[in-house]
Ligand binder design. Sequence first.
Ligand SMILES: Nc1ncnc2c1ncn2[C@@H]1O[C@H](COP(=O)(O)OP(=O)(O)OP(=O)(O)O)[C@@H](O)[C@H]1O
Length: 276
Amino acid sequence: MELARNRTSSTIPRHDSEPPPAAIHATGVERRFRRGRADVHALGPVDLDIAAGEFCCVVGPSGCGKSTFLRLIAGLLRPSAGRLEIRATAQNPAAMIFQDYGIYPWKTVLANVRFGLDVQGVPRREATKRARDWLSRMGLTDFADAYPASLSGGMRQRVSIARALAVEPEILLMDEPFAALDAQLRTILQEELLAICEADRRTVLFITHSLEEAIVLGDRVLVMSARPGRILAERVPPFGRPRSGDVRHSPECAELKAELWDLLRGEIEPAGGGGE
Ligand SMILES: Nc1ncnc2c1ncn2[C@@H]1O[C@H](COP(=O)(O)OP(=O)(O)OP(=O)(O)O)[C@@H](O)[C@H]1O
């Protein structure tokens, strides 16, 4: 097992004709867990390149190892086998956003968004300014001094996104970030995420159970097999950038959704259910 992290791109010789180096490069990555006496093969082998600036969505059956893959990339877990390279130049290469927001209830909204900057040792005045900028971009200026308990689910998820983006990560890892939100809020936050990523191109790995969400947001959609999760297929949504969430109403979206569902159907047990 090998893990290469924080390697600066400038140390890798390149020629102009070469494509840009992958921000995430996985070769034969596997992860196993011990559960009592049992050995749970959760993931892999996974071979995958994600380009710098690419927005990649991952769909797959429940329990196939999607979160495990994200946690490996975040450095929260180590691969049991294979090689995982994360190429980033920033001091803080990856930030993660979870479904349950992961914000601190005892800190104000402003303190939550400033948290990562405080940890990085950014001077307080600068950290506060950057945190306020992100609160403004996420429409939360008036809630800077509020505590999370007084916010709606959508607002809490905005705080969580602002906190992750405030540290200016090169790689954004999002684990079903909108799953707990109602359909309208989900659509609004998808639009906001599209706008943010348009303004500030980042490498994003986004896990979702919604095929439509994956198509609307992704430059590429990866389909994972049942556990142990492997990349079964990948599809490129036929929409350019800038892109609006309105592409969800297009025939191309419906067609691709049906195709992805066909790919997933055999991996999901028991049989049945719909495409979302
Ligand atoms: N720390 C752990 N110890 C033991 N088993 C684990 C651990 N973490 C994950 N697993 C197992 O690994 C498998 C993959 O889990 P993971 O959470 O990555 O799946 P997932 O695709 O993200 O699932 P879901 O879509 O339901 O969130 C599951 O069988 C899970 O029970």
